[in-house]
Design a binder for this molecule. Structure first.
Ligand SMILES: Cc1cc2nc3c(=O)[nH]c(=O)nc-3n(C[C@H](O)[C@H](O)[C@H](O)COP(=O)(O)O)c2cc1C
Length: 207
């Protein structure tokens, strides 16, 4: 079956003035990396008694011993400034019914926390009620990376609750539907099992 692809062969690779491979434009990168389905989080921090929060999916686990993760925050984000100053943040992994919160925290400005039930964790960061999981982190290291800052967080405390995740794919929020009869490791052991692997993503658009 013919597939529509957008690729660049090595022979076509462009170079900048210094001889390094040049970058593709941001829009192409965003549209392509958007094919990587993810969960959705709200990264929160508290600074000078004010709560900050941002919808984020640039969140990755890094190390088990010690437990570490990373998050990437845009320098323009108000939450980024609060994380840098407070040296702490919390990752709130959203539950599938929290799409409205994901939309609200993807906008900048005051009032995001109006009516949101929360408590403050050991390190001061807001922990949102109804989230699927909370990870409380302190900032171990921060690295400037283009438009963003990468924060390596040491995980101080973690907890999770029953529920299903909010998912994100190609600019839309949705629900993740798993075939509970087929564990992922069985799929790796026997490729023939892959035909029974019926993960399906059902998406809806907000607003
Ligand atoms: C699904 C989704 C994922 C996002 N992921 C990130 C992210 O990982 N890092 C980031 O800085 N912004 C991310 N954003 C954009 C921020 O949510 C947005 O810029 C927000 O307005 C920043 O709020 P603040 O200025 O109050 O911190 C994401 C937005 C959406 C909808």
């Amino acid at each position: 079956m013919a597939r529509h692809t957008h690729s660049e062969s090595p022979g076509e690779r462009r170079e900048d003035a210094s001889g390094s491979p040049s970058h593709i434009d941001g829009e192409k990168f965003r549209d392509t990396i958007g094919h990587f389905a993810s969960g959705v989080t709200i990264i929160t921090a508290q600074h000078d008694g004010t709560n900050f929060g941002v919808t984020a999916n640039a969140v990755t686990s890094v190390s088990l011993e010690p437990a570490m993760l990373l998050v990437c925050l845009n320098r323009k984000s108000r939450t980024q400034g609060a994380v840098s100053r407070s040296r702490a943040f919390a990752v709130n992994i959203l539950e599938e019914r929290q799409g409205d919160l994901a939309v609200r925290f993807a906008m900048t400005g005051p009032g995001k926390f109006d009516g949101v039930e929360l408590r403050h964790g050991d390190l001061g960061s807001p922990l949102l009620q109804g989230a699927l999981a909370h990870l409380e982190c302190w900032v171990m290291e921060e690295v400037a990376a283009g438009t963003h800052v990468v924060y390596l967080g040491g995980v101080h405390r973690a907890e999770y609750f029953p529920g299903e995740p909010l998912a994100y794919f190609r600019g839309r929020f949705g629900q993740l539907e798993l075939d509970r009869d087929v564990p992922a490791d069985a799929d790796i052991l026997d490729p023939a099992l892959s035909q029974h692997f019926h993960d399906a993503l059902t998406f809806f658009t907000h607003g």
